[in-house]
Design a protein around this ligand. Structure first.
Ligand SMILES: [Zn+2]
Length: 395
């Protein structure tokens, strides 16, 4: 109730009222003039609003009916309220008719509309801007696709390994001061760009040099997320000939099958020692936890396929050699409840791999190859879940 009173004050105060509202949609931008000196409070012409939003306006007797994004709003002119889905919602001022033109309260644009259709509209009060986005879950009419061949609505979580207190491996042949965590972040940010360019939504577990606990990283990939991708750089401890070993490999979550997979697993799970007491698990118990958790992950087949595609695509650009798809019990993958993979993109303990992984032009290539692999995975996934109506085979 106090909030309602405050809003009413805010909405009649001329100092908070913009002269115009910018309406930004996938179809373009338009400016809505705000009429401020009315006895009813700041308002916008309904016809301009529906034109900007590709909606419709109907006037019947004392009513105005506005349809935006298939949602119907009904206004009784002169009454500070509107009807939506048979619910009556209050407004601070009333819609009205002036010289045959219907005006709607500015509050409808700035507040009621973005609240009712929250997945479609947002309002930025600082810039007096109404933004329309095509919702992820929108039923897409016909085979609407990005140039990548993907349908809209995919979301991938990108997890740049390590960060903050945990530098990852020290990066023997990386430029001075650069460690694994720096390179995974650079590659992760590039991967985000490349995925977005292909029409895939991206959630990052980190975008700065911070430490996210291993057990928390997977939680970024929940129901709406199609794939969890953790990026890492391999390294070996000093022994005879160790700098000659190079190449890339991709893991999916399972019990470590080989001695080398067990080594990488242990190395990556080591980050547990940097974590807070709240989540810290001794590495030994960590493995037990992982094995218990394994049976809960029903996406092994999909994860293995994603790993395979990453290897195929990286092989086209990577000079180090394809070391194959492997399985191990990575802590970071256990908490993802969706297909999840971990790519070891090369060895910082090999001069050739290290150069490749830190050269900006090569980094771009790596990111593009990863993005192509992810797109290929998502397209296969689309085909598997396609209904006859949207398969595009039988128009
Ligand atoms: Zn790592």
């Amino acid at each position: 109730m106090i909030l309602g009173a405050w809003l009413l004050l805010a909405w009649v105060s001329p100092t908070t009222t913009p002269a115009a509202v910018l309406v930004s949609t996938p179809r373009g931008e338009s400016r809505l003039v705000v009429i401020r000196d009315t006895s009813w409070g700041p308002a916008v012409p309904a016809a301009s609003l529906v034109a900007a939003l590709d909606g419709s306006l109907k006037q019947v007797e004392g009513w105005a009916e506005v349809v935006v994004a298939k949602q119907r709003f009904r206004f009784l002119l002169g009454v500070p309220a509107y009807l939506v889905n048979d619910r009556l919602e209050p407004l601070a001022s009333a819609p009205f008719l002036a010289r045959d033109t219907v005006f709607l309260p500015l509050q409808f644009v700035a507040e009621a509309l973005p609240r009712t259709l929250a997945d479609r509209f947002s309002y930025d009060p600082d810039h007096s801007r109404l933004v329309e986005v095509v919702p992820k879950t929108a039923a897409v009419p016909g085979p609407l696709r990005f140039a990548s061949g993907l349908q809209p609505g995919h979301l991938v979580t990108v997890d740049p390994g390590h960060g903050g207190l945990d530098p990852g491996n020290p990066g023997l042949f990386f430029p001075r001061g650069i460690t694994e965590s720096n390179v995974t972040l650079q590659l992760g940010l590039l991967l985000r760009e490349e995925l977005q360019r292909r029409g895939v939504g991206v959630r990052m577990t980190r975008t700065t040099d911070t430490l996210i606990d291993l057990g928390d990283r997977g939680a970024f990939c929940t129901e709406a997320c199609d794939l969890f991708v953790s990026l890492h750089i391999n390294s070996l401890v000093k022994r005879a000939g160790y700098t000659a070993i190079r190449g890339f490999e991709t893991y999916f979550l399972a019990e470590a099958k080989t001695e080398d997979a067990a080594r990488v697993e242990q190395m990556e799970n080591e980050a547990l020692r940097f974590e807070t007491a709240r989540t810290a698990v001794a590495p030994d118990n960590g493995v037990e936890f992982i094995l218990k958790d394994l049976q809960l992950n029903e996406y092994l087949r999909e994860s293995a396929r994603a790993a395979e595609l990453v290897q195929e695509h990286l092989d086209k650009v990577h000079p180090g050699g394809d070391l194959g798809v492997k399985q191990a019990g990575f802590m970071v993958l256990t908490t993802a409840r969706r297909p999840a993979i971990l790519a070891e993109l090369g060895y910082s303990t090999n001069p050739g791999d290290a150069r490749f992984l830190t050269n900006p032009r090569d980094q771009r290539q790596i990111a593009a190859a990863l993005a192509d692999a992810i797109v290929a995975f998502l397209r296969e996934y689309e085909r598997k879940t396609a209904t006859p109506a949207d398969s595009g085979v039988n128009p």
